[in-house]
Ligand binder design. Structure first.
Ligand code: FMN
Length: 398
């Protein structure tokens, strides 16, 4: 693949590419943060699964933005496999265990959280809702969990930290200019973030985004690049910004990047995008503190296996040397249980809260987390678990 094509493909994933969303809206409208009608609390209570937010998000968003959230890469084999693999796992609950309630609290990297569900880094959140990442940050804090902030979220790390009520992690796509990367990490540290998520599955080709001509509007592209710390000016044309963006990111990362991040910060490093046990082992030997077993929700190389199918191997390879989390395909509390039973300390969710954000901002994201909580609690009680440490592999059939 020519370097330029690969760069363009990545840029979508990094939430920063061309002008038009192909939905008939004018460029000026597209450039503004998305105004979403509020949902009444009574309406929110009627939503019983995170997928119930989907039709509302679809109604609120331009088609191209909705598809950007929802679709997977190429033929969506991995996107679908993520769900299939969860559905194939069956429970084997004990009977007559006498458990009637469960404590869902746990710790990740020594941070107590009240539910083992963390908000995954998701780019471009102002396209989904005016408050963008600030709404997600407030919702996560209110629900006692962590928000993993994407470096492409569209708000600066400082803005999010100001809005947040709870702990934050910062996910970084690596600027080629390491001085920019270093300064960004220093700002993140200063703003009180608790860990750096280094995402290493790069390069995406989402057929539906290409058909839709989906792209980040000019103002958002400018804000994004400026917010990361690049030397861009408001007077630059869209073409100039696009060209700048296309060469700004380091898409050719090697293992050295882990050493580099380690040399810059003492914050814990979470490596996101690992599927192979050997890679997990190597990452841990290089000083990574946690691993996210992830295929980016089926948004990267299509045809890789479901994350949940790879979890066992990674957990065995890593042992007690690092924490292991999982994402990709989590839609229900029962999926969270399955991931924990296979050794994950917690899960991350992406679309589950991105749809909610588009459906109704902060209260809707809270409701989405609440739904996952309730479903997990039911699964735990039904399986005789009064706390998360009792969620063990024997409670699954396969
Ligand atoms: C709209 C969207 C944007 C995303 N942007 C990022 C990002 O900027 N950085 C990142 O590491 N992962 C990103 N991801 C991947 C998520 O962090 C996570 O791995 C994935 O959503 C998990 O799968 P799920 O959506 O099935 O929960 C994005 C996912 C979505 C849906």
């Amino acid at each position: 693949m020519k370097r330029r094509n690969f760069t363009q493909a990545f840029a979508l994933g990094a939430g920063a590419a061309a002008l038009h969303q192909g939905n008939g809206a004018t460029a000026a409208e597209e450039g503004k943060p998305r105004k979403v009608p509020a949902i009444k609390p009574k309406e929110l209570e009627k939503l019983v699964t995170v997928e119930d937010f989907v039709p509302i998000a679809k109604k609120n968003l331009p088609k191209a933005t909705f598809d950007y959230i929802t679709t997977g890469s190429e033929a969506e084999v991995t996107l679908n496999e993520n769900r299939r693999a969860f559905e194939k796992i069956q429970f084997m609950p004990p009977i007559l265990h006498g458990i009637s309630q469960a404590n869902l609290g746990t710790t990740v990297l020594k941070q107590p959280i009240s539910v083992p569900v963390i908000l995954a880094p998701v780019a471009g959140q102002q396209m989904f809702h005016t408050d963008g990442g600030r709404a997600a940050a407030r919702a996560a804090g209110a629900m006692g969990t962590i928000y993993g902030v994407s470096s492409s979220v569209g708000n600066t790390p400082e803005e999010i930290a100001q809005a947040a009520k709870g702990p934050l992690w910062f996910q970084i796509y690596m600027p080629k200019e390491r001085t920019v990367a270093r300064q960004l990490i220093k700002r993140v540290e200063k703003s009180g973030y608790k860990a750096i998520i280094l995402t290493v599955d790069l390069g995406e080709r989402k057929d539906q985004d290409l058909r839709n001509g989906f792209a980040l509007p000019k103002d958002m592209l400018y804000d994004h690049l400026k917010g990361v710390g690049f030397d861009v000016r408001k007077s630059m044309s869209y073409d100039e910004l696009s060209k700048f963006n296309a060469q700004a990111w380091d898409l050719w990362l090697s293992w050295d990047v882990i050493k580099w991040v380690r040399s810059v910060t003492n914050l814990p490093i979470i490596l996101k995008g690992v599927l192979a046990a050997n890679d997990a082992k190597k990452a841990v030997s290089l000083g990574v503190d946690a691993i996210v077993v992830s295929n980016h929700g089926g948004r990267r190389l299509d045809g890789v296996p479901a994350s949940i199918a790879m979890l066992d191997n990674v957990v065995k390879a890593v042992g007690q040397k690092a924490e292991v989390y999982l994402d990709s395909g989590v839609r229900r509390g029962s999926d969270v249980f399955k991931a924990l039973a296979r050794g994950a300390k917690a899960v991350l969710v992406g679309r589950a809260y991105a749809w909610a954000l588009a459906a109704g901002g902060e209260p809707a994201v809270k409701r989405a987390i609440q739904i996952l909580r309730e479903q997990l609690e039911l699964t735990m009680v039904s399986s005789g678990c009064s706390n998360v440490s009792q969620i063990t592999p024997e409670l699954l059939l396969n």
